[in-house]
Design a protein around this ligand. Sequence first.
Ligand SMILES: [Fe+2]
Length: 369
Amino acid sequence: MKSLSIILVSFVFLHCGHASQPPTTIDEAAAGPTKAEPKTATKTWRFAIISDLNSSYGSKTYNSAVKSAVSYLADANNKIDFILSTGDMVAGQKKNLDYLGMWEAFHSTVTRKLLEKEIPLFPSPGNHDAHLTRKIERDHYRNSWLQENPLSVAKHIRWVEGVEQDFPFQYALTIGNALFVALDNTAVRNWSDNTLVWLEKVFTQESQRSLKFVYGHVPLLPFAFKKETEYVARGSAAFLNKVEDLFEAHKVDVFFSGHSHVYYPGRRDQHTQYISVPLLGSGSRYLIGTGSVNERSPQAFLVIEYDEQGHWQLQHRQARGFNLILDESFPTTIQIPAQNSSLCKSCSKFPQSHMLDPQQRILYRRQDL
Ligand SMILES: [Fe+2]
């Protein structure tokens, strides 16, 4: 990670100018921004990433960690410009739930608390929000976000032009000199060729951006104990290589994923970092290989600050009390156990082709090492 060379003590306040309208159709989205891109040459931006806020199926309440985190993020003293979500905001993926009521509960607990402070929330769907195979839940997800319209307070976004935009599923925008790409990434399956072509177009179009952040729900490779088989590159070394080559070729800085319910700042010995975003809701987990040895990942959120030159830094804060959690307190690598064991029942079958170091069965190294 590059480090910010200057600690900026003041922020240019964002809230001026006209609101960008959400694209309600692909054509409208592809038509690009409705106003000129603002000048942001000297600005430092600060955004947060939240993930996995839900509780039991159909739940219409949120735990105190979620409410506490929202209070921090909405507090003007913390100068959060915007927020990304890596999914699982409601607890669907089950028939006959009160989807309208669930989304109402989420928006009243989270989205509107932020909108009141003019902080937009940019969602990406999780499997419990809008799984690829669940049309009814996907319709609710789309309608709910279009109606809530968090982009109404997103004053400084610019839609990437010349590519299909499908807010709130898969879309690409820039804020300052950084590119943000949200993925419709709700299933344990390789991304389609269409998605890979779309990503390539977005990266090519915005090749001059000093920072590139991709975010979506399911991780490319696993992080969590008992979720070792739930990852996008499952079953295909060719797909994994294709994605890693694409990210490296375009110098993608981070792929943020949710779903794992653990925090880990990983890298794969190249430029791109793979950061697993911690959960705020229920179901905290262990990292692979550490089950019952380490503590479960605490409920937490991430705050990232970046400048126009491409420097950025990350804070990992506890949801209650807001204490910083240092990366040094996490294992130096994620290693897949060699044998079936209490640390990972399915790990002996994990593909050698996906490991950084097949001898030591290393999947990720900590980003600072
Ligand atoms: Fe999930």
